[in-house]
Design a protein around this ligand. Structure first.
Ligand SMILES: *Cc1c(COP(=O)(O)O)cnc(C)c1O
Length: 400
């Protein structure tokens, strides 16, 4: 019997193809053939969750009060922990009753926000390259995404002045993310001021993803959107515990900012999920209260790997810009070689998995993303394999 009539909705069919899927197939094949893959493709931290957080979660699990449905908008205690963290970290005051919402990981919230605010045909601005949920969420919601193509020579910053008036006037939401995945770019405070002014002028909802709030090095401190005067009138900011606290599998994130925007997202979510398991909210609260010493350790881990890998790649003649934040290197492909072709060549010849830049949108073509998710011993093997493989590397940073 033919089941051709079982077709997913157009919103699924209009999604751009997922480059990761092809890579996953090839990874599986290589593994079957017994190849020792070194996976630097994912954004999945390799560390374990801090023991204090695990212990707090175990205690919370044993408490039957946590076993029922959680309150829709999060437990008062976790919401308070989030607003306390914001005050400590950024000097920003938030109302725990209506300016914060715990999420089942930030990806869920980023995608659902589009469902809550985008009507079919509405225009959404998202950078290219970008974290996939920033443009796939709006596409799933039926929106039209206008890509803001980023350039190396502009330090991967959005060129606000280059956005035509006609586009800006129609725009409902602008998604952005600094420190950035995948480019690892950081944005100066003035950029945040400019984007707030831009969003206010054109009445655009600003959505900032500050996933890498704590993974910054060399004294650099990422800016929160909400530090900018006026930002809370028009914007929200997403956070996750996945990266900083090695909690990717726990699914704990949150959004803060404009209460009206958060209210719409809450309404949508009350129709889709029941919120975050209370025991996980206890774990999240504990994580946010860890001392700065923990943060310094995590930062040190990624900084060491960054320096080690950049040094090793330089020995191959592959010059990769030094990053001030995130857990990625964003590296140019050799001139004239496309991202996918290069990543597959590296995989075939070395068993090292890196992500083609075009997986994050056309603006990532000509680059690959390398995740710093193995220790230096393993990274030394990466360098060794790359040296022996006879691959052509770019000797200079390609300016597209
Ligand atoms: C990893 C990542 C996320 C996803 O975080 P979760 O809370 O695990 O869903 C969101 N945004 C960016 C930019 C990321 O790199």
């Amino acid at each position: 019997m033919s089941l051709d009539w079982i077709q997913p909705a157009e919103r699924i069919q209009t999604l751009p193809t997922y480059v990761f899927a092809r890579l996953d197939e090839l990874k599986a094949q290589a593994r079957e053939q017994g190849q020792d893959l070194i996976d630097l493709g994912m954004g999945n931290p390799d560390g374990s969750t801090p023991p204090e957080v695990v212990e707090a979660a175990i205690r919370a699990l044993r408490n039957p009060e946590n076993h029922g449905y959680p309150p829709f908008a999060g437990t008062p205690s976790f919401r308070r922990a989030i607003t306390d963290w914001y005050r400590r970290r950024y000097g920003v005051l938030l109302n725990p009753d209506n300016e914060v919402l715990p999420l089942l990981g930030s990806k869920e919230g980023l995608a659902h926000l589009a469902m809550a605010y985008v009507n079919p045909g509405d225009l959404v601005l998202a950078p290219s390259p970008a974290y996939p949920a920033h443009f796939r969420g709006p596409i799933l919601a039926g929106g039209k995404v206008h890509s803001l193509v980023l350039k190396a020579e502009k330090n991967w910053l959005i060129d606000l002045a280059g956005i035509p008036d006609a586009i800006a006037e129609q725009t409902k939401i602008l998604y952005f993310n600094y420190p950035s995945n995948p480019t690892a770019a950081t944005a100066p405070r003035e950029f945040f001021q400019d984007i707030v002014a831009f969003a206010r002028k054109y009445e655009i909802i600003l959505v900032h993803d500050l996933c890498y709030a704590d993974l910054a090095f060399d004294g650099y401190q990422p800016t929160s959107l909400l530090e900018i005067p006026g930002a809370k009138n028009i914007g929200v900011e997403f956070h996750t515990l996945s990266k900083t606290y090695n909690m990717a599998g726990w699914r704990v994130g949150f959004v803060v900012g404009n209460s009206q925007i958060i209210k719409g997202l809450t309404t949508l979510k009350t129709n889709v999920d029941y919120g975050l398991f209370s025991a996980l909210q206890v774990a999240g609260e504990t994580a946010l209260q860890l001392s700065d010493k923990y943060l310094q350790q995590v930062q040190e881990r990624y900084r060491t790997r960054r320096d080690f890998l950049i040094q090793g790649l330089a020995e191959l003649g592959w010059t990769v810009p030094k990053t001030r934040a995130t857990m990625y290197l964003w590296a140019p492909c050799p001139t004239g070689i496309r991202s996918t072709e290069f990543a597959l060549d590296v995989l075939n010849k070395t068993g090292v998995v890196i992500t083609p830049g075009n997986a994050f949108g056309i603006g990532g073509e000509g680059y690959v993303r390398i995740s710093l998710i193995h220790d230096c011993d393993r990274l030394a093997q990466v360098i060794q394999r790359l040296k022996q493989a006879g691959i052509r590397y770019p000797s200079k940073v390609a300016v597209s």
